[in-house]
Design a protein around this ligand. Sequence first.
Ligand SMILES: CC(C)(COP(=O)(O)OP(=O)(O)OC[C@H]1O[C@@H](n2cnc3c(N)ncnc32)[C@H](O)[C@@H]1OP(=O)(O)O)[C@@H](O)C(=O)NCCC(=O)NCCS
Length: 117
Amino acid sequence: MPADTNANGDIFGGWLLSQMDVGGGVFASKLAKSRTVTVAIDAMNFRKAVYVGDLVSVHANLVRVGRTSITVHLEAWVLRRREQQSILVTDGNFTYVSIDDQGRPQPIQRDGATIST
Ligand SMILES: CC(C)(COP(=O)(O)OP(=O)(O)OC[C@H]1O[C@@H](n2cnc3c(N)ncnc32)[C@H](O)[C@@H]1OP(=O)(O)O)[C@@H](O)C(=O)NCCC(=O)NCCS
């Protein structure tokens, strides 16, 4: 949307990052079956600009489950108006920590089984 643009008139990178963080947080919380917080964002690549009117999708792939943390590789793809094929615009590794009601890290329950996503 136009309200999400930077001084160049393209979509602000911080907006895109926040959408990826929200998507990754949902993924991590479902996996951990708890609240999670973002502790780190690594290896971010902003490969292409995002324009007003682009349709943005965020895809998540599990990288690692630690004792209290989950690392997810997130990719943002866009479908531009009048185009048929989505392109990869941004990717990075987001790490989330499972927290208890006091906001302290808590171990991720594995249920003795493979975690499914
Ligand atoms: C996330 C938070 C609860 C972690 O608390 P902490 O006391 O530092 O916890 P720990 O040192 O035990 O680390 C917890 C896990 O995070 C991982 N971690 C900590 N810092 C990390 C980093 N920079 N990169 C990757 N993983 C990290 C640890 O390896 C550990 O994972 P593991 O248990 O799977 O091995 C605390 O730092 C916090 O509340 N941060 C603010 C979160 C927030 O507000 N996020 C939104 C920012 S806009």
